[in-house]
Design a protein around this ligand. Structure first.
Ligand SMILES: Cc1cc2nc3c(=O)[nH]c(=O)nc-3n(C[C@H](O)[C@H](O)[C@H](O)COP(=O)(O)O)c2cc1C
Length: 401
């Protein structure tokens, strides 16, 4: 797998923590795998490791100050960000985590990250209470929501003499993680994986101004499309009405009704992966009045609507290799979701409890169970972006291994 690191350009930012000494070994390992490394050292980082050691190991200049570029026409934070494939911040301190979460740009490291569109990987290291502090946890969650990857910390004895979560991962573990990152993207690229994701609610019109719909915001589906695209999957998002912004590198088709969503889904086939997150309105009025109905008592008959998950799963021709459905339930969540999986013939079903106001439809948070084969895998309450990343990674692994 080492070939996946060959000639990869990595910016390593070293922050001011005790674990900084391990980053010297990390440089040595990454160099062994033929990576090109440029190191940015924070002001506090300099107290723990010397620029001379870093320059000797990385065989490159060490970048220390936002204003110390040799050439006046060049700005290090921009040139470095353009140059690299990924930015690895190891160790990242509680201070730098807070700084990144608030969008500050008061040194080279934070300015470079703010100016970059490359994948940022954080490797935190700190005292257990600093790590478990609500402030640090909320900042890390925020950074995950920005799309940064955070790995570790591990548990164990610490330099401060305490025991617990907060140790920086070992250089070998970090290298393995970086290798996997490039390996997964390489496989996805070579396989030319394609996906369609449906998201949001649908609207079923009674007359030109009135309709039936539901509370779905589209957030979970948009995040899944975003995560799949980040893994390099060519992703099309078919979205019901939603105010959300199109995720980067995702093709979007906006629709209103279930019928339009179904028609657009059929047009996007064939794809390798279909993830049906949309809360397609289950019922639709049996007729549509093309003039606004006058104020009076009326009866509306509702019929079952088109079932897009069913349509995808039961196809003989051009069935996606992996069909993932979502089951939003208010009671007996796992039981109903398992029954839905069997009824719909989908490969996986992701169940969530929409009766809980802390998660579900309009919240930024979710908690889900993925049901596949005869197994149930729980993902505890977390940001929808975090849950999306977990689901996307599981999908990618399904195609790799
Ligand atoms: C001896 C010593 C060890 C420290 N170790 C850590 C650490 O492991 N993790 C951490 O978050 N902060 C640690 N700090 C505090 C940081 O150095 C401090 O918050 C600093 O402002 C971080 O700057 P930076 O984020 O720009 O690197 C330590 C401070 C000292 C004096």
């Amino acid at each position: 797998m080492n070939k996946f690191l060959n000639k990869k350009k990595i910016i390593l930012i070293i922050g001011g923590g005790i674990a900084a000494y391990k980053s010297l070994d990390l440089i040595r390992l990454l160099k062994k795998y033929q990576c090109e490394i440029k190191v940015v050292l924070t002001e506090s980082g300099k107290k723990f490791v010397t620029p001379l050691s870093i320059a000797s190991l990385s065989k490159n200049k060490v970048y220390q100050n936002i204003f110390d570029s040799n050439q006046e026409a060049e700005m290090d934070h921009i040139t470095l960000s353009r140059w690299c494939d990924i930015i690895l911040f190891a160790p990242i301190t509680a201070n730098s985590i807070a700084k990144l979460a608030s969008g500050k740009a008061d040194d080279l490291a934070s300015t470079l990250i703010l100016a970059s569109n490359k994948q940022v990987m954080l490797v935190p290291a700190m005292n257990v209470r600093m790590w478990l502090h609500k402030s640090t946890q909320s900042n890390v969650n925020k950074l995950r929501d920005f799309g940064y990857l955070s790995i570790g910390p591990a548990s164990g004895e610490m330099a401060c003499g305490e025991y617990g979560e907060g140790r920086m991962l070992s250089p070998e573990e970090i290298c393995e993680y970086v290798k996997n990152y490039f390996f997964e993207r390489n496989v996805v690229k070579n396989k030319n994986l394609t996906a369609l994701v449906t998201a949001g609610p649908t609207k079923e019109y009674i007359d030109p101004v009135r309709f039936i719909t539901n509370n779905s915001s589209g957030k979970q589906g948009y995040e899944i499309a975003n995560s799949l695209a980040k893994f390099g999957v060519k992703t099309t998002l078919i979205s019901g009405p939603s105010i959300l912004k199109k995720p980067e590198n995702v093709d979007i088709i906006r629709v209103e009704t279930a019928k339009q969503m179904y028609e657009e889904t059929a047009k996007v086939l064939p794809v390798d992966i279909a993830v049906c997150v949309a809360a397609v309105t289950d019922f639709k009025p049996d007729r549509y009045e093309d003039k606004k109905i006058k104020k009076k008592n009326i009866n509306i008959n509702l019929n079952r609507n088109i079932d897009i998950l069913d349509f995808l799963s039961k196809r003989n021709f051009q069935r996606p290799k992996l069909v993932v459905g979502f089951a939003a339930e208010t009671n007996n969540v796992l039981k109903f979701a398992k029954e839905k999986k069997i009824r719909k013939y989908c490969d996986w079903i992701v169940a969530n409890d929409v009766s809980n106001p802390e998660i579900g439809f309009d919240s930024d948070y979710n908690a889900v169970s993925i049901i596949y084969d005869n197994k149930v895998e729980k993902i505890e309450r977390n940001l929808k972006s975090f849950i999306a990343n977990k689901i996307a990674k599981k999908i990618i692994n399904h195609f790799i291994y």
